[in-house]
Design a protein around this ligand. Structure first.
Ligand SMILES: [Zn+2]
Length: 171
């Protein structure tokens, strides 16, 4: 299983750019999604990580994951175009991302409603691209993180959006 796909991919959240072990579990998070698997499933059997945020992360998992029974819907396949400022800051006319305009564009999947929560399409895509047989539980509160499980004894939580301008019409 590619746990690394759930780690942060930028240095501002340095602590979360790597897989972490603590208390018999192996964790990966980018602060939008957090997942964990039993340490026994990780062939390297890592030792507890000294810098693991042991006050913050395990408490998120003190939930009843046996309630996760509803299969994740497939992605609708619809995408919308979004943009971001380029890190080159218009200084590189040959920039591969923005051609020197300072703005780059990308397509991301529509956000979707699962239970009572709105989940970002890019997060759903990461979950569905990397895990098998994903099932979720929503307690009906739109602001409570969505719980999910997947094959390989994966437990996960994903933060909901308060609102979305890019909701899929597939429910
Ligand atoms: Zn650029």
């Amino acid at each position: 299983m590619n746990l690394k796909a759930f780690c942060a991919d930028f240095d501002e959240r340095y602590t979360f750019t790597r897989i972490m072990a603590y208390g018999g579990w192996v964790y990966a998070t980018d602060c939008h999604i957090a997942i964990r698997i039993p340490a026994t499933k990780e062939t390297q059997k890592p030792r507890d990580d000294d810098s693991f945020p042991s006050e913050q992360i395990p408490i998120l998992f003190k939930r009843d994951f046996s309630l996760c029974t509803v299969p994740f819907p497939p992605l609708s396949g619809e995408t919308y175009r979004d943009y971001d400022e380029c890190e080159c800051g218009m200084r590189d006319p040959d920039c591969q991302l923005c051609d020197g305009t300072g703005t780059w564009y990308f397509d991301i999947p529509y956000d979707m409603v699962l239970g009572a929560t709105i989940i970002a399409g890019r997060l759903l895509k990461r979950i569905l691209d990397n895990l098998k047989n994903v099932r979720y539980f929503c307690d009906g509160d739109p602001e409570t993180p969505l719980l999910f499980v997947a094959d390989g004894d994966v437990q996960g939580i994903v933060a909901p959006l308060r609102r979305s301008a890019h909701l899929s019409n597939v429910r």
